[in-house]
Design a protein around this ligand. Structure first.
Ligand SMILES: [Fe+2]
Length: 306
């Protein structure tokens, strides 16, 4: 297997103020399927092209934000190896028993220097509604809403960007695909565990553990336009787009769920291979790096996080 160790983002657990409202947004508008509601009240969802049981977890809480982002590793041996390496790097690792998330194996859970909780797991049940594999149609049931293909990545805001990037590259075997450099050091890090332009990204903020957005992949630039139509038709709170990123080159639109958590749906972006160099942006070109067409940042994109 050419891709080993950490395979991909597996799940994100998002806090929402009203679960019913959130489900209407994520199921009817974004287009995720509701898998079930766990006995703990959390709702489990997945996108139509994902094999695993769930990829988005909604937890009703008093404040919005992200509880945790989980990454799937290839084998149980990887879990054992990363447990050892994390401990050697001075990271405190908690062990969560199999089944705490329905259909999910045991997990390693730890806090990274940016303040976010990250988890690793090796096992998750396959969804009974997973994509067909024999003489496969493109989908079993016609995609709905924004027709999101998969949960793709998160952008997280927090301090200690160089230390956070170092943990991902040196301990978890990620590659730094792009970085944003200010005169005093790195303020943005885009990290890939396989061949996507990013699987997780970090931007500096003084406040730790902040959630900027969860992002879902679309098949085409045309689908970004379709998402924009739905955002207007249903008066979904809009942030910016359709536009394009300089960093990763994705074609994108941003909006908010009813609790104020930012979502992105995007298409495109380049493929990254481990022999590619890190692309470097200077902080004075951050506008173009983030919004390639506007070439300037809007204040909301910089300051509104949950
Ligand atoms: Fe993104």
């Amino acid at each position: 297997m050419a891709i080993a160790g950490v395979l991909r983002p597996g799940y994100v657990q998002i806090r929402v103020l009203d679960l019913k409202e959130a489900l209407k947004h994520y199921v009817d508008r974004v287009g995720l399927d509701l898998v079930d509601k766990g006995p703990d009240g959390r709702a489990y969802l997945r996108a139509w092209d994902e094999f695993d049981r769930h990829s988005v977890i909604l937890r009703e809480a008093d404040t919005p934000g992200m509880d945790v982002m989980g990454f799937k590793v290839a084998t149980e041996a990887d879990l054992i190896r990363y447990d050892k390496r994390l401990k050697e790097a001075g990271v405190k690792v908690e062990h969560i028993a199999a089944g705490e998330q329905p259909g999910t194996g045991r997990r390693l859970s730890f806090i990274i220097p940016s303040g976010h909780r990250i988890e690793l797991f090796a096992q998750m049940e396959t969804s009974p509604h997973c994509p067909p594999t024999e003489n496969p149609d493109v989908w079993s049931e016609e995609p709905r809403g924004m027709r999101v293909v998969r949960f793709d990545h998160c952008l997280l805001y927090g301090p200690n960007i160089p230390e956070t990037a170092k943990l991902f590259t040196d301990v978890l075997d990620f590659q730094l695909t792009e970085k944003v450099m200010a005169p005093h050091g790195m303020i943005g890090a885009f990290l890939s565990c396989a061949t996507k332009a990013h699987d997780v990204a970090f931007i500096h903020s003084d406040e730790p553990a902040k959630f900027h957005h969860a992002s879902f992949f679309l098949e085409s630039w045309h689908d970004v336009g379709h998402a924009a139509d739905l955002i207007s038709r249903y008066n979904i709170s809009h942030d910016i787009g359709p536009t394009r990123h300089g960093i990763t080159r994705g074609q994108t639109i941003y909006f908010f769920d009813p609790s104020g958590n930012r979502n992105e749906v995007f298409a495109g972006g380049y493929l990254y291979y481990p022999d590619h160099p890190t692309r470097v942006w200077s902080a004075d070109e951050l506008g173009k790096a983030i919004f390639y067409y506007e070439r300037q940042l809007n204040e909301r994109f910089l300051s509104v996080v949950t």
